[in-house]
Design a protein around this ligand. Structure first.
Ligand code: CND
Ligand code: ZN
Ligand code: ZN
Length: 376
């Protein structure tokens, strides 16, 4: 059946209000307007950032909303003026758009497009309308993507074509998890051969940071988590030592300082906890250490530490999507996964039917899963 130009009725997981379970609803998805692309989502990962919204930690979010930002699918139809993808193409939606024209895109050192909805939280298309409705109500989108739905509509700057042979149930991890973690090590920290690293939080993001640190030739990779069940996988992927802060008498930064003769070269916060962001900074060497914030903290939280920590020579930085520019980097990262240059199978612990989305979030909250991929 040719659906182009028509409203599609399909299944989606709607979050009507924070602190609630997702409701599986039949929604209407309007056809793409000019420069927009309608995508049939085939697989989508569950990332902690989605859960932060469910938890209500991002207090300025719009509801009701369709979450999900780590997906892969096939283009169903395109609006007028779309030139970079066509119906039938395999694609990955980009939660960080890449327009190629704005100030952010023009800055050689930046990967953050000014059209990104991160921090603005409009939850709408660029014309300030939505393509999603349910029971007569407007449903918002999430960081230019919304992948917890059978069909979504994104702007052309928020989607990139990938190789026809890409297994979508695996390469959806390029949409956030793998790229964000791996890039945080190689692009943001720029880990060097022989350097020492500490990774706080061993979810899909932290474990991907470990993959990046190892690929960059780090001599020591210290993996830190309050859940010791994460350690086996961390070691498989390249961690040289694992530490559970709960087993230590002293604060974790003192433990790391002691293990590394004063602190690591590079530390990474992959949890979203401001206290641990300070721990990560303190765990980096006072004269030359760099701490990279990858985790997303609650929207109203504040980071607080004595500035002398930086005056001695430490660097504090952060980044989105591992510093990658989506349109330039995602197709190659997908090829790297297909060729098994990077092995991400260990990150993919669970596969569930889309209907089981609430179970997928429970597994994440209980620390039982790394990435659950939902399939339609
Ligand atoms: P996930 O919840 O899978 O992993 C977090 C890990 O941290 C778990 O293993 C926890 O046990 C562990 N942990 C929790 N508290 C502590 C603590 N106090 N000390 C040590 N370990 C602890 O999350 P994820 O890997 O999906 O995501 C990690 C963060 O990255 C999260 O904040 C998410 O919102 C953020 C993120 C950032 C970006 C980006 O572009 N920067 C993109 N997506 C997600
Ligand atoms: Zn831009
Ligand atoms: Zn994410």
């Amino acid at each position: 059946m040719d659906t182009a130009g028509k409203v599609i009725k399909c299944k989606a997981a709607v979050l009507w209000e924070p602190h609630q379970a997702f409701k599986l609803e039949e929604i209407e998805v309007a056809p793409p307007k000019a420069h927009e692309v309608r995508i049939k989502i085939i697989a989508t990962g569950i990332c902690r950032s989605d859960d932060h919204i469910v938890d209500g930690l991002m207090k300025d979010r719009k509801y009701p909303v369709i979450l999900g930002h780590e997906g892969a699918g096939i283009v169903e139809s395109v609006g007028d003026g779309v030139t970079t993808v066509k119906p039938g193409d395999k694609v990955i939606p980009l939660f960080l758009p890449h327009c190629g024209e704005c100030r952010g895109c023009a800055e050689p050192k930046s990967n953050v497009c000014c059209k990104s909805d991160i921090g603005k939280n409009n939850g709408l298309m660029f014309d300030n309308t939505s393509r999603f409705t349910c029971k007569g109500k407007l449903i918002h989108n999430f960081i230019n993507t919304s992948t917890f739905t059978e069909y979504t509509v994104v702007d052309e700057i928020s989607v990139v074509k990938i190789h026809d042979d890409a297994p979508l149930d695996k390469v959806c991890l390029v949409g956030c998890c793998f790229s964000t973690g791996y890039g945080s090590a190689v692009n943001l920290a720029k880990v060097e051969p022989g350097s020492t690293c500490a990774v706080f939080g061993l979810g899909g993001i932290g474990l991907s940071v470990i993959i990046g640190c190892k690929a960059a030739g780090a001599s020591r990779i210290i993996a830190i988590d309050v859940n010791s069940r994460k350690f086996e996988k961390a070691k498989e992927l390249g961690a040289t030592e694992c530490v559970n802060p709960k087993d230590q008498e002293n604060p974790i930064h003192e433990v790391i300082q002691k293990m590394t003769n004063g602190g690591v070269h590079y530390s990474f916060e992959c949890i979203g906890n401001t206290d641990i962001m300070v721990s990560a900074l303190l765990s980096s060497h006072l004269s030359c250490g760099t701490a990279v914030i990858v985790g997303v903290a609650p929207s109203l939280s504040k980071l607080s530490f004595p500035p002398i920590l930086l005056l001695t020579g430490r660097t504090l930085k952060g980044g989105l999507f591992g510093g990658f520019r989506g349109k330039d980097s995602v197709p190659q990262l997908v090829l790297d996964l297909i060729s098994e240059k990077f092995k991400v199978d260990g990150l993919l612990t669970h596969k569930l039917a889309f209907n089981e989305i609430n179970k997928g979030f429970d597994l994440l909250r209980k620390g039982e899963s790394i990435r659950t991929v939902l399939e339609f």
